[in-house]
Design a protein around this ligand. Structure first.
Ligand code: SF4
Ligand code: SF4
Length: 305
């Protein structure tokens, strides 16, 4: 039986599709977006995180680690990630839950049992299950085991995807998907490559194919200072949606959030937007108007300063 690796299972989510949902955030992503607010979803493997705000200095973790991978310095915990075997003993020993191994293995049976717990809420709200990430299509074999079970159980499924995986994978899962949330970030190929590490060619091609397959889509564009927020980019995405994606029901412009910043520090990863500020309400309003002039179902959301 194939298992899946998820870094979070969020109950009562209202952000990732219609109604009340459980969102399964799956590990592994082919992109490396500079602004990603779920960096713990990028790696296809578990990750060890240390939460400075929780640490009470008990040092139980140091005693528990047989690999000597931890050093508690005045400036914080240093994790020797080359030594760390992700055994989780430090996390078990910590009385303050300041260490956590991110990434839990699920069998299809165990995941279904968890998802079905909130079925009454999905039914009364028009919600269901969202598979997100990371990029859930990186674990397509697992999806192919779980999605038919969701369908059999009457659970409506949303797929939240970056679009950068081979079409043959989409062909396997789309029959079991009711709604596709697709990110369109940057229309210029070179800029997309520079900001995410991947060309947008495959993403745009898959977007067209998903629409051609008749799947209802919600497009999402993260509005990121210096990366995606220029008028020309928003207009180019708008024209693509208008001209090539007739099944788009909604287009969300998501204002940059810095909530992901602490996670980079916890994972010892560099963060490209360390000093970036949130947008003002007026800036987002202006971009929202640019988008809605071409695609009337465009809307923006998110915190502003
Ligand atoms: S996960 Fe295991 S090896 Fe890694 S730091 Fe914790 S105790 Fe040490
Ligand atoms: S596609 Fe999404 S999950 Fe993947 S790196 Fe970009 S923002 Fe993060």
């Amino acid at each position: 039986m194939t298992t899946g690796l998820a870094f979070n299972l969020q109950q009562f989510s209202t952000e990732d599709g219609p109604g009340i949902r459980t969102t399964a955030f799956m590990k592994g992503c082919p992109l490396r977006c500079a602004w990603c607010h779920n960096p713990e979803g990028m790696s296809p493997h578990p990750d060890l995180m240390w939460y400075d705000v929780r640490c009470v200095g008990a040092r139980e973790c140091l005693r528990a680690c047989a690999e000597n991978a931890l050093t508690l310095m005045p400036g914080g915990m240093q994790i020797d990630r080359a030594r760390c075997t992700l055994c989780g003993k430090c996390a078990d020993a910590c009385p303050a839950a300041a260490l956590e191994v991110i990434g839990k293995e699920w069998t299809p049976d165990a995941l279904m049992e968890q998802l079905l717990k909130d079925k009454v809420f999905y039914e009364t709200s028009g919600g269901g299950i969202t598979f997100s990430g990371g990029e859930p299509m990186q674990q397509v074999d697992f999806l192919c085991e779980v999605l038919p079970r969701c369908q059999d159980a009457g659970l409506r499924v949303t797929l939240d995807t970056c679009g950068a995986v081979a079409w043959k994978r989409y062909a396997r899962v789309l029959p079991f998907v009711d709604l596709v949330l697709l990110d369109l970030k940057i229309m210029d190929a070179a800029r997309h490559q520079a900001a995410t590490g991947v060309s947008n060619e495959i993403i745009l091609d898959n977007a067209r194919r998903i629409a051609d397959a008749g799947k209802t889509m919600w497009i999402r564009t993260p509005v990121i200072p210096g990366y995606t927020d220029d008028r020309a980019n928003i207009e180019a995405i708008a024209r693509f949606i208008r001209d090539a994606l007739p099944t788009v029901e909604r287009w969300d412009l998501l204002a940059y959030t810095n909530l992901g910043k602490p996670k980079y520090h916890r994972l010892d990863m560099p963060y490209a937007l360390e000093d970036a500020a949130l947008f003002t309400h007026d800036e987002m309003e202006a971009l929202g108007r640019v988008a809605a002039e071409i695609v009337p179902v465009a809307r923006w959301s998110g915190a502003t300063r």
